[in-house]
Design a protein around this ligand. Structure first.
Ligand code: CA2
Length: 147
């Protein structure tokens, strides 16, 4: 059984409640429930966290590593485009991670086109809506448990 931590950055607690045209109508609780539903059949157990602060997310990465997590699925929200600290936490712990963005960041403002994480991620899922979390979990597990 692989332990995967699913980390959600700032404002993602609003999923499904605001800006549905951009982020859809599925709430964060529903995303988490769907992942929990499929995880056992994929051989994974999940730990979910959402944090609105940069330091809180860094702490979560450290906690995941100390707890012996095998990998991380992360939507870093706006910290994607700003956070050297989050990059250093993920690099420093050497946890394999898949980066998720619900919206297509490349179809949005140019400041969203750069990620401090993508070049060190195991994979990146962009613009697939909240289904992207499921795709990311499957991709991470395929990497952790090669056929
Ligand atoms: O598309 C994504 O998943 C983003 O990571 C979402 C971030 C944004 O800053 C990134 O550029 C792309 C924003 C998260 C805001 O989440 C909300 C969700 C629903 C309603 C309002 C905000």
């Amino acid at each position: 059984m692989k332990s995967v931590w699913v980390l959600q950055g700032p404002n993602l607690n609003l999923l499904g409640m605001r800006e549905p045209e951009r982020y859809g109508r599925v709430t964060l609780a529903e995303v988490q429930a769907r992942l929990d539903e499929i995880a056992p059949s994929l051989g994974a157990s999940l730990t979910h966290h959402q944090d609105n602060s940069e330091g809180g997310l860094v702490d979560c990465v450290h906690r995941a590593w100390r707890a012996g997590a095998h990998g991380v699925v992360i939507n870093p929200g706006a910290y994607t485009h700003t956070s050297v600290a989050l990059r250093d936490a993920l690099l420093g712990t050497a946890l394999p991670f898949v980066e998720v963005h619900v919206s297509n960041v490349f179809a949005r403002e140019s400041f969203r086109h750069h990620s401090y994480l993508s070049d060190v991620a195991a994979g990146v899922i962009v613009g697939c809506g909240t289904v992207g979390y499921e795709l990311a979990l499957r991709a991470l597990l395929a990497r952790l448990m090669p056929a």
